[in-house]
Structures are given as structure tokens and as C-alpha cells.
Design a protein around this ligand. Sequence first.
Ligand code: GLN
Length: 509
Amino acid sequence: MTDAHPTTIADTRSALLDRKVSAVDITRASLAAIDRLNPSLNAATQVFHDAALQRAAQLDARIADRRAAPLPLLGATIALKDNICLDSAYGDARTTCASRTLEHYRSPFTASAVQRLIDAGAIIVAKTNLDEFAMGSSTEHSIFGPTRNPFDRTRVCGGSSGGSACAVAAGMAAAALGSDTGGSIRQPAGWCNLFALKPTYGRVSRYGLVAYASSLDQIGPFARCVADTALLTSAICGHDPADSTSAGLPSPDLTSDLDRPIDKLVLGVPRQARSAANHPAVTAALDAAIKTFSHLGAVVIDIDLPHAEHGIAAYYIIATAEASSNLARFDGIRYGHRAELAPSDDLFDLYARSRAEGLGPEVQRRIMLGTHVLSSGYYDAYYNTALKARRLIKRDFDDAFAGTARAASRPSHACHAVLMPTSPGPAFALGERSSDPMSMYLEDIYTVGVNLAGLPAITIPAGFHRDGASNLPIGLQLIGPALAEGELTRIARMFELATSHSSIRPALA
Ligand code: GLN
């Protein structure tokens, strides 16, 4: 093989072990793609030229030493969302969260999920752009400026992990990590024609992920095929004593069984997935996917998620409440940008000025919303009510998986997974929603319920909307019961084999 950029992580590993290519070649190809494409796409916020090549040379030396056991992710080039800590000893890495307040922050340690990838043979090539502190759906609220969609550079790539999605879609890295608090992995994956998995809450350690809303945040992978998604998920899952919410379960092997189709597959399609607010191309992609799965022998049934309509309200109360508490640490003393002091200033002035200068307008809006919903007098009306809605949203999903839905269209089957869109439309134009936060929040209508219920979900490429000269990807998501990452990747694999959507790459001059 002479190709320095083989298609899957497993192919890369075989090519390396067969000495058809070196890890240095693979890494050079990835860095060259970043150098060529990043000026126009703005996916990477920091590129680790020297550190990545050094790491690749170490891996090559390890391969040459035949006594060392071959690593599962050998030579996988990885881009990391810039709210995930990477030890600053690696290429002088910074962990900025795309915020002025952390612009110069050097983490003294590496996030557990990232360390697992490195230990498995991966090479970190870049940090990627995001909405400040992962608050957003478009990767436009960033001190680094917006990331552009590789399928149409006048459009957003989604968010908040837009830089990670863009980097993988554009071939700058084999795969990437992002974080998903209310859709930030699944939505940009859908708009960039990628597979991406949001694991069950607790499945992947959050140690080293800068907290946005701790009861919702999960790290997960972006990849161009299901096999890579399964490989990466297997690598990052597993118990971590450093995260008290991490499940005490061993890491699953999602790869060995991947090609075995699910027998007597049952998929539930919620009636809420056919909202009148959907772009027609989204509903068409959903109908086409239902046909594909039916041809594969699946039983596709209508279900009801009667409390889904409360998802956005509950999410934007719970997430902002947790954010207001989590972001209190960026006070200019313990962490973050510190303002210049005037002689008359007291400590309170220092906090207030540092935070006003260091945090962007969307982050300030969230902190104010969160502080309000937690304040005495409003706590019961907002925060407690949102927690109740969260329970009901979770119960709707539990009913679908148990076949006990209370709904009018009572399903007779227990669903293996729920199938629905990731977003109501394809990627929108840069700037289109910037002055209307509510329309931005409504983008998350199909994704937030999964986080509120703590469930795993995978985005699958499911078609395109042709708009003039551009071809805009449409993603769907498969949502499973807790810990069903194995079944979800197998269902996604069935779809990947039966369709050709995921093979379409952006045309990059
Ligand atoms: N768009 C959602 C928000 O702004 C989700 C973000 C995320 O998942 N990090 O909160």
C-alpha cells in the first residue's frame, strides 16, 4: 500500500504492522491536510507538528521492535475538542475552551479518555474549535472565529464540537473526540456526514473534560465509518476512579461482533420526529431510512415520546443551572483571565471585571439564566419543575425500550432503538441565527432528551439535501437503552452496509 492515508483505523494499523507505511508518513499526511485546509475551514485551534511527529517516530520504533504487542489504535491520528485537557508538556498544548478567560491555560494533566487513546497507539495532531465552553450549536461563539462546513463553506458545521466534525470530514485526522451535553457530538456529525457516538452517561470518564453541565456531559468519538466509531468507543469507555460518576464497568469490546446483524430488529419512530418544523429533506431521509431498515428485515413501529416537547425547556434550565455553578471557578484568581485593578477596586470588582472581560456574551447569558433559575423564590418554579420533566422524558424512553408505552399508539414490541433525526434541518448559513438565541436553542430539539435521560445515541449519515451548488448532509440518530453501545453500533453497521451516504466526502479544492 502506498497510500499514506488509508481509509479506516484498522487498515492503518495493518499497513503499519506490514511496514507498508510508517507512522511518521501517516502523521505527515494528516499535518499536511491541516496546513492546507485549516486556513479556510478554521477547524483546528492548535496544531502539534513537532509533538505529533515525535510521537509517530516512537510508534515506528515500537513497531520495529517485534517484541512489543501491537496496539489497537496504532497510528490513528486524532483531533481533540479544545475543552478536553491535554498535558501542556505535549507540544505546549493549551486548553482554551475557545474562551478568552482560558486563552493561555496550560493543563498540567491529560484527560483520562485521551490518555486511553494515547496508550492505545493514537497520535494527537490538533486541538479543535468549539462554541465557548461548549455552549452553542454552531461553533460561531469562539474567540477563534467560526468553523466552516467542508460541504459548503458559507455554512456552519454545527456545534459545539464543530471543529472536531470538520477536521474528520475534511480528512485532517482519522477521527476526533468531542463532548455532548445536549447534542454537541451528534448534531455536527450529522451536518458533516460522519458517524459519532454519545455514550451512556457514566460510560466514559469526564476527568479532564472542562465541565459545562456535569449531569449531562459525555465525551465521545467522531469517525468516518462505524468500525472506527466502535474501536474508539471501546478504547475510551471504562471505569475511572478519578471520575466519581464513572460506571464501575469494564470497557466493552464493540468491534468483535460488529458485523453480526441484530436478529428481529425492532425500531421505534416517535411521532414527534415528524415535526412540522422539519425541513422536508429531513423527513425524506427519515422515510428512506425506515424503508432501508424494513428491507433489512426490521420491524419499524410508531411510538410516542409524550414529554419530548418539554425537552428544550428542561434542558436549558438544568444545563444553565449547572453551568452557573461550574463556571464560578473562572474568577481570575483560581482560574482564568484577571482584569487590571483600579486603585479603588475591591475583591468583588476584581471578580466582576475579570468575568465580564473573560467570558463571551452567550456564556454570560447562560450564567445569568442559570443563576436566576436557582435563586430562592424561582428554584421550585424552574429548577425543580425541570427535574420532574427530566424524569418523565427518561420514562418515555424506558417505556419504548420495554414495550410498555402508555401512549395511544401503544407499541406491542420492545424497541432495540429509537430512530429519529438529529436536527430539524441541514446546516444553516454562517451568522443566520447569531442574533436569535431562541432559534439556535431550537436546533437541539431532537438531541437534548438523550442527555436528560443519560442514554447512548449514535448519529448515522442518512442522505443529502441539494441546495444550489451544495450538497448538505442529513444525519439521523439511533438511541438505545443505557449501556447499549454494542447494539447501537451493530444497527448503525447494518445501515452503513446497506447505503452509500457515508462514502460521500466533501469536495475540497
Ligand atoms: N447546543 C446545546 C447547548 O448549547 C448543546 C451543547 C453541547 O452539547 N455541548 O447547550
